[in-house]
Design a protein around this ligand. Sequence first.
Ligand code: IPD
Length: 278
Amino acid sequence: DADARAALEDLAVTLVGEVGALIRDERPDGLGVAHTKSTDLDVVTEMDTRAEALLRERLAQARPDDGILGEEDGMTGGTSGLSWVVDPIDGTVNYLYDLPAYAVSVAVVVGDPTTPGAWAPVAGAVVNPRTDEVFHAHLGGGARLTSRGRTRSLAVAAQPTLDGALLATGFSYDRQVRRRQSAVVADLLPRVRDIRRMGAAALDLCHVAAGRVDGYFERGTHPWDVAAGLVILGEAGGIASGADPGSPASTDLVVAANPVLHPLLRAEIARLTSADPR
Ligand code: IPD
């Protein structure tokens, strides 16, 4: 019910606050790459590992029956039907370079977050510890931004057309996928206001929710990149779709915008990628 979802949101806010402070305050000088994952571009630092361990420790204490899907350690546990989908550092490359646009993303979902389309977020929080901004929401409760002790409601922008739209996107760690993504950007860029690549998918979705960009699209994100952002976006009046129509939790291709711009952006990306769906 609503009270239970609000309590889950509160816990997510507490967790991202603690872990956000850890990664900001204890980032070692001269931080390097500990190892790479899916490709040579997909980096992990010692702080990704430390931050996920802290999230898992806190969740094991507070919510021992829930599952946890984390970017670094995969899926563990879970008998309650709820799972926490966590990205200890979203925007790891920004973090590696100390660019101040990285986040901790914590969501609670129902269903199975390891199966595309089989889960849906019910609450979540995303912090950018460098700007001291926490975006947070639960289903039915609206979306809010808390910063420096003040909380305000979030709403998507009203931009109705593509030609005046400020868009955000992200690029895969797969160089082949990037080649195709660059073709989509090359086609869109002359026809919109501008395109940002800020480097953290969770923040991109929150920025659509806050009306700081008009839309966002990216192919090949993972549940931990988008789960919290999706509930925040939806509660701010935005629409997100995945590759399956009607399945906002499918993360193959995420397109996010206000309800007027969303179908236009979605159709445009579909047209540009129809010959080559990945
Ligand atoms: C990545 C960031 C990036 C997006 C990638 C994600 P990570 O997450 O969100 O902006 O383009 O698709 O994988 O690896 O920094 O947690």
